[in-house]
Design a protein. Sequence first.
Length: 428
Amino acid sequence: MRIERSLVSYSFEERDLKHHVLILKNRNGTEVLLSAVNLYLKDRAFKSIKTSERYSSAIKRFLEFIISKGNCIDSTFWRNVRNSDIREWQGSIVNTRDSEMKQRPNDETIFQDASIVFDFYSWAQKKNFPTLTSITSSSWKYNYRDESKLLSNISVFSGECPDYSNIDIGIKRGHMSRCSRKHKQVTIMSTEDIQSLMKAYNDPVYPAMLMLALATGMREQGVCSFPYIGIGINDHIRSYPEILSNLTQGRKSRGEPNTFPFTVMEKGSKIRTLEVNMSAWKVICASYLPFYYDRRKLFQSKHSGIKPDNTFFLNKAGVPVTPKMIADRTYSAKKKLNDRNFRWSFHNTRDWYATSFIIKHLTTDQINASHYDAAIEDALRRQLGHEDIRTTYMHYVRVASLLLATQSGKLDFSLGKDENFWNSIKNL
C-alpha cells in the first residue's frame, strides 16, 4: 500500500473549498479515499493552501511510517494507531537525523508535525471515529530532552528554548510546551543583525525582500506577490520614482508621500490593504532594479504566456521567489554567518515592524505604563493582518518597554555595585 496526495476544489454549502486529500492505493490497483483524514483537512485547513500542505504532508508521512511497520491489512489501518506509534515516529525522525549528523528537521518542526497528527486523532475521536489513541494522555510526546542530540545545541541554532505552544492540539498550551512561552527572550532584531543577514544572502533579491518585509510587516507570501507594475486596485504601483507620478495625480503639492497603499492576499486567502514605506521602496528599487531586467528576460523566455509585470522578485535564474525559497535561502545565510547566537529568521521582520510601530506612536511613559490606544491597535491590526490583536498589541508594548529600557541603560545588570562593594565581600 502507498499513500498519494491530491489537491481538490469543490463547492460545499455555498462555499468554494480547496484543500488536499489523501488517497490510499492498494497493491491490486484499487484506490480508497481516507475519509476521516480528508474530512479533518476540510475542517482544519480549507482556508489556506499552505496550511493544507503542511497538515496533509505531516499526516501522510506519519501514515507511511505506520504502513512501513507492516500489519496494515486494509484501509482502516489508521484506526489502530496508539500514542506510542506517534512517539515512535518522532523518535525515528530524530534518530535518522542525528545519525546522519544533520540539523534539519529540528526538534520543534518534528514536534509540530506530531502535534498535527495527534490533533487529527483527537478530532477523529471527538467525531466518534473508532480509534485507539488516548487524547487525555501525553504519552504520544517524544522525550527530546534526553534523546535528541540537537536539543543540547538548541541555543546554537535558535538562541532560546524551543517553543511548541503555537500548535493547538486540544489541550492546554502550558501543558504541551516543554519551554513555556514566558521564558522566551523578548526582543527584536538589531540594526546590526539585519545588516549581517542581508550581507549573508547570496542573491540581491533576498535583501530587497527582507527590506520590504521590514518596511511593511508583511508575511513572506505577501512580499512574494509584490508586482513590478500593479493592476486593479494596485494599479498605482510602479518602481521608484515612476510611482510618484501615479500617487500625486489629483493631489495638491504636499511633497513626496511617506507611504503608498498595497492590497495583498496572504494567510487564509484574506485580503487587506497596508502601507508601504516610500523611502524603503526607493532604496529597494535602487539596489534591486539593476538586476531585475535581466531576470525578467529569463522569466519571459521560460513563461511566454505569463505577464512578467505581475512579479517583481525573481532569483538569478528568473524564477519567482516563493516563501519556501525565502526560508531555504535564509537558513543558508544563517549558516554562512557562522554565528551561534544568531537566532533570527525572515519572519522576525513582523516583530521588528510591530515594535517599531509602537515606539513611533506611543511616548516612553505610555509604553512603560502599558498604555492601551484603540486607534494604534486598530492601525497595527490592519497592517499586520490580524483579526484580534489586543493580546498581540500588549505583547509588543512589553517588547518596546524592554527594548527602550535596555537602550537607555535603565536596566543596570551591574546592580550598581562598584569595585568597593566586591572588595568588601572578598575581605569578609
